[in-house]
Design a protein around this ligand. Sequence first.
Ligand code: F6P
Length: 535
Amino acid sequence: MTDVWDLLAANHFAAEERRILSLFDEPDRFSAFSAEVDGILLDYSKTNIDASARALLIDLARQSSVEDRRDDMFSGCKINATEGRAVLHTALRANDEQDLVVDGEDVRPGVASTLERMRVFCQGVRGGTIRTPAGKEFTDIVNIGIGGSDLGPAMATLALTPYHDGPRCHFVSNVDGAHVHDVLKNLDPTTTMILVASKTFTTIETMTNARSAIMWLKAGVGAQTTGHLAAISSAVDRTSAMGIDPDRVFGFEDWVGGRYSLWGPIGLSIMLAIGPQAFGQFLAGANAMDRHFQSTELGQNLPVLLALVGIWHRNICGYGSRAVLPYDQRLSRFPAYLQQLDMESNGKRVTLQGEQVERPTGPIVWGEPGTNGQHAFYQLLHQGTDIIPTEFLIAAEGHEIDLREHHELLKSNCLAQSEALMVGRSQEQALKISAKLGFTEEALHNQAAHRTFPGNRPSVTIAYQKLTPFNLGALIALYEHRVFVEGVVWGINSFDQWGVELGKELANTLLPMVRRGHADDKDSSTQGLVAFLKS
Ligand code: F6P
């Protein structure tokens, strides 16, 4: 293992001497450094990875037992060791007939029956056979949840807007009362259903928002509140305490992590919006990516390649963040979704054995849709002092056939950015441009310095035909497995999230102090802030 890391470091030393653009002297650079499955193309040719670096990275994956760990995950081994859990979100989208046994029980029948309950419920709401107690059709659904109980469905529901033919879906997550207030103020309680989504049903934000939403319902529909409620949770006893009819509770098992849960009941709002059939396509896309991940050799395996590019940039080049830039407005919540998927999974500093990791793990993940970002932070991507590897996402076609010109512009902008980041603009070119603009000899060099682009900045592009339910499912699964592979190479547990606990505990101890306006046994900063915020 040390050898392969050392060899990669040596390879990088050599790579620093060349420009990415020089790799395109090889006529087949694009075809040799891109891979495709089911109409999803990963182009990583605009990185400084050459054939020898790629071979070493694949060796690294192999030596890290990525294939064995992958098989462990798919077969239900308890790879989430710190929580003693299997990791089987893939079972929620599997369609094979093979038994999948966890703790002596085949999990497949349970998955199938929950999916069937979801389908019947959604058909009922969408078709108008499940109505409010007053006999009205539900026009609006409010999903109240946070983290994995919000980001996935909120992102996917927005992404699949062209496929909506069910009730309108809204999302409330933040404990800030502004969120629940602003969402509910435009809705009619007599035709609204509240979905309380929380795996544990203890999350303070969700419980607080749910109670406020129930008060709002009570004010609007009186004693008939229960008929406007449903829940998604593993904790059925707690949902009953909130007055939710057990027939309207959709549970899932502890082998589905929060940030991997949109494929099952947490995806109920997606299914309500697009219908069971399109939701089935969404699952099929993810399943197709699972199959590809399980059966394709590492050198052609999209999740593995995307992970190895990530490791190259993070560990070998030392880049601390990566930007995800969807040229797809409906993927505007995709970077936020990936922040949880990636940073909650791989933001770890100890190995599975509890020892300090030897090298950096998960980078900072951030991003915004293009072209908006171009008019905001791209300045730093092109000319800033840090190199930030970028990941572009772009569809071959948009849904708006009468607005084709927009899509051509969108594609040109996306391709222009990865080209500009790689090629840059030399000082000589900048001098020529400045000269043409008529600057004096004195101003010329200064102007040229500002107009020079260093280039040689790496990017990958993920292209797909269209943002359909199938392709969205495949894209999400691609990123899920990328995070998994990176976590295996780093030797960490990508499936727990102990790092979110301390802040939650301290918030509980601070609440009475915030109410009183005194935090006597805290540091003076906290004391001062508590006093100021009380005033
Ligand atoms: O705060 C972290 C977290 O536990 C996430 O992992 C999870 O997705 C989120 O909170 C919400 O949890 P729950 O679904 O139990 O309300």
